[in-house]
Design a protein around this ligand. Structure first.
Ligand code: HEC
Ligand code: HEC
Length: 310
């Protein structure tokens, strides 16, 4: 008797395998054209952790395909693709692609994605710090280095460089090279109206690695950029109009009067120097004063610890 019941159940389970959601029946869908324009290693992170639910390219395990588990999987795919579909990549305009990547980063940083129920069974899809760092650094540098962010500016003239930038009232000249420095910090949740990214020059990065950040060595330079946060139709957020870039340049002797740092700020797409008088930087100093025991630098040590782990 018992044996018959087991046999019956087994037959039902086998029979059930004939009923399958269409999302999984189409065997292996054509591979997505690996996110054209995105560096391979960055695209790889998204492919491994997100494509199963957010693209036509799925790579489900045998146990995902068993009925009834496959119905849950199919609903993830349906819902997931509705929210974000990387298969659409080739048909998206550049700003939409950027928006998609920023929303992906947001979802990852906020730990909403990938779904934890999924990573429990698919540990390879779990993101480590290095994976997240790759995506983050790519987007941070993208926000400042290439024309696509400039394309989104209000005047939309796609201008990528400015012939001559005026000096700051205290004599400090503009440093265009900061775009090639390393991003050392950002606001993790882009939710306060601007997206801020802080860059450190090679001297700063070396000091971080050596743990010699208080005081920072002469030659250290920081750039803090701010971009207006822009919202896409789907609610995702990305870097829009350029607001300003600010610098701190360490030289104990030259900048003895201003706490050992040279301070300067340029505003807007036209990079107009900020400050009416030579002494404009007292405003910078007074706001940075709470960090006087940290050599007047805010970005420390939490972000730096984080940075060293990568
Ligand atoms: C197991 C399936 C699954 C995986 C894997 C997965 N997602 Fe999702 N994702 C979903 C579903 C389902 C939704 C829609 C429902 C929701 O918002 O919870 C969604 C929604 C989203 C959204 C929109 C969120 C919002 O707040 O509207 C983003 C962005 C996103 N996913 C990004 C990612 C990224 C990036 C990855 C890879 C790191 C990823 N997802 C991996 C299933 C998945
Ligand atoms: C209203 C207060 C305030 C004023 C005024 C201010 N800052 Fe800052 N600054 C901050 C805060 C807070 C941070 C930390 C990063 C963040 O939260 O954006 C920061 C960070 C920076 C950084 C990155 C290095 C660091 O300390 O983390 C630079 C560079 C910088 N500011 C330059 C300037 C310059 C130049 C001026 C003057 C033209 C200035 N700041 C004026 C508050 C201020």
């Amino acid at each position: 008797m018992k044996f018959k019941i087991i046999l019956c159940i087994l037959a039902l389970v086998l029979l059930a395998q004939l009923i399958r959601p269409k999302e999984l029946s189409s065997a292996k869908a054509a591979p997505v054209n690996m996110l054209a324009g995105v560096p391979k290693e960055v695209a790889k992170v998204l492919e491994t952790s997100c494509f199963d639910c957010h693209s036509a390219q799925t790579n489900w395990q045998w146990f995902d395909k068993l009925t009834p588990a496959n119905f849950l999987v199919a609903s993830h795919i349906r819902e997931g693709r509705k929210a974000v579909d990387f298969s659409q990549w080739d048909s998206l305009a550049i700003p939409q692609r950027n928006a998609l990547l920023y929303s992906a980063l947001n979802a990852i940083l906020s730990k909403e994605m990938p779904l934890s129920s999924y990573t429990a069974l698919h540990p390879a899809a779990k993101l480590n710090q290095k994976d997240t760092g790759l995506l983050k650094n790519y987007l941070l540098n993208k926000a400042v280095s290439k024309p696509s962010a400039v394309e989104n500016t209000a005047n939309g003239n796609g201008q990528t460089f400015i012939k001559e930038v005026k000096k700051s009232p205290n004599g400090i000249g503009y440093i265009a090279d900061y775009r090639n420095w390393k991003a050392i910090s950002t606001t993790d949740r882009f939710d306060n109206g601007t997206i801020r990214i802080i860059f450190g020059n090679p001297t700063a990065v070396k000091a971080i690695h050596e743990g010699k950040t208080n005081p920072w060595p002469d030659g250290t330079m920081f750039a803090k950029t701010a971009w207006k946060q822009q919202q896409a139709k789907d609610g995702s957020v990305y870097a829009g109009q350029f607001v300003q870039v600010e610098f701190m340049i360490k030289n104990v002797q030259r900048y003895a009067d201003t706490k050992g740092w040279g301070w300067a700020r340029w505003k807007g797409d036209d990079l107009l120097p900020y400050g009416k008088t030579v002494k404009f930087d007292s405003e910078c100093i007074s706001c940075h004063r709470p960090e006087r025991n940290n050599d007047y630098v805010f970005t420390t040590p939490l972000d730096i610890k984080d940075f060293n782990k990568k």
